[in-house]
Design a protein around this ligand. Sequence first.
Ligand SMILES: Cc1cc2nc3c(=O)[nH]c(=O)nc-3n(C[C@H](O)[C@H](O)[C@H](O)COP(=O)(O)OP(=O)(O)OC[C@H]3O[C@@H](n4cnc5c(N)ncnc54)[C@H](O)[C@@H]3O)c2cc1C
Length: 554
Amino acid sequence: MNDILDHRLRHSWTPEAGAGAHLPPKALRWLTARIGSLGEQAPISPDSAVVVPDSRLGEPARAALEAVVGADEVLTGRGDRLGRSGGLSYLDLLRHRHHGELDVPDAVVLPADPEQVRQVLDVCVTHDVGVVPFGGGTSVVGGVNALRGGKSSVIALDLARLDRLVSVDPVSRLAVLQAGVRGPEAERLLAEHGLTLGHVPQSFERATIGGYAATRSAGQASSGYGRFDDMVAGVRLATPAGEWTLGVAPASAAGPDLRQLVLGSEGALGVITEVTLRVRPVPEAERFEGFVLDGWERGAAAMRALAQAGDLADVTRLSDVDESEVSLSLNAGWKTAALRRYLTVRGIAEPCLLVLGWHGSSERRISARRKETVRILGEHGAIAVKPLGETWRKGRFHGPRQRDALLDLGVCVETLETAAHWSGVHRLRDAVRTALTGALTAGGHEPVIMCHISHAYETGASLYFTVLAAREDGDPAGQWQRAKSAACAAISGAGTGHGPLGTISHHHAVGVDHADYLAEEIGELGVGVLAAAKQAVDPAGILNPGKLIRTARP
Ligand SMILES: Cc1cc2nc3c(=O)[nH]c(=O)nc-3n(C[C@H](O)[C@H](O)[C@H](O)COP(=O)(O)OP(=O)(O)OC[C@H]3O[C@@H](n4cnc5c(N)ncnc54)[C@H](O)[C@@H]3O)c2cc1C
């Protein structure tokens, strides 16, 4: 299991990840031209060079945990604890390269089933031990950082052994999966019943069912299958106050929907042990196509028209000019000059790439859906460049694999995401770009800021930014923290005098990184409601200290 939890992504994001980690020479030339000379090369430090403090788990607590899960499932070795020290944000990756302090758990505990999870929580209450639920460890907001919150010690509660498909109800099209099942395994288990979840975030290869639910994840095919929270019909949650099971019918007027309190609770209100999910038949046919629109505004208008007409493809993803430039020149493998000439002849001055992907029970059904979508796109001047869709599909998991290579080259590389109603989408994008550019421009070079919409709704859309800048070697963590703070202030309105322009997170969650901005979005009253809920289920405050709701001492 350790190899998959290793944070050196290039070799271990998945066993197949090596191929996708490669950065072609033309990519490096392009990067250097855009962001200037890169920082000092900082190869990944060997594990042995990272300082790992001794475990502070007391002997009585350890013995009690072993009595619940077995001695082999309470791990206090250096490598095991290091492998669950934080998630996969840029700051986490820097910490593994000696920039900043790693929060290392005192032990890793691996329960076998929901009952053991509940008993582990009892032990932790008794012995004043903090608990960080750990799924795939792909959090990019500090969600799995092992903060103590004033507790004597803290464990990573690794849910990897909760790896079963519990039941399938084909009549209702529901399946119950345990929390530790990873994306590919969930699809494999469901495919045996002819079913699919259709949830494919970019972290699909590592992230888990419990993690998706705890963060309100959104996958690449969210336009067709919905966000993960749309798929959840029920949850089973272990809390220090007892077990909580929610979801008995497809809809209910029995008071507020408390499943929504669990979705996005980030391990602060309980440990999700099982999730009942809406599933669909495995599609018989799939088709990906590319289109190019002239400029961001026209592209976004086309996407809005599709969303409001109910004609989004299952995957619908619009890249802005900068992101399209990268896709067209670096990844597509096309003769760029020829493609550009073609687009110019067709009247496209500022290419914005739109990828559409359809799933369906037959090619005929896909063609029927596609027809109306293409008609609407035609009204917005879209030009079909069909193969670009398939090229995107093939490379869609390469990004995570290339991050270590970029870090080795001295690149500050990170993403952030938000969402707004359509009427505010452009203002939000401009504000985030201005904030990031201001914070990251150095030596006459501006950062590369790419943006895409990959989750669209009738009323609005998410904006996903990828940032590349030359790393400031004196203080690489501070460089990104300043940029991220500026972007968060712009989004949330904190300290700016204007209200929120968008949400502080569309699908990455709050974690540590966004906790300071939550009140701007949900109000102090909202934070109070969350704190009251926490008090009800976790009065001793053992669950995921410092995440979602700020506790006194991190
Ligand atoms: C390269 C990369 C690409 C990504 N792409 C996407 C994307 O396309 N879409 C998207 O939505 N996200 C994406 N993410 C973010 C991340 O993958 C999601 O937040 C994901 O849902 C986390 O799942 P996980 O199993 O890894 O959870 P973890 O990282 O282990 O945990 C995340 C949070 O949930 C809590 N948690 C985990 N399991 C449980 C449980 N069983 N019960 C209670 N709390 C729990 C943790 O304590 C933590 O607060 C990406 C991350 C990376 C590194």
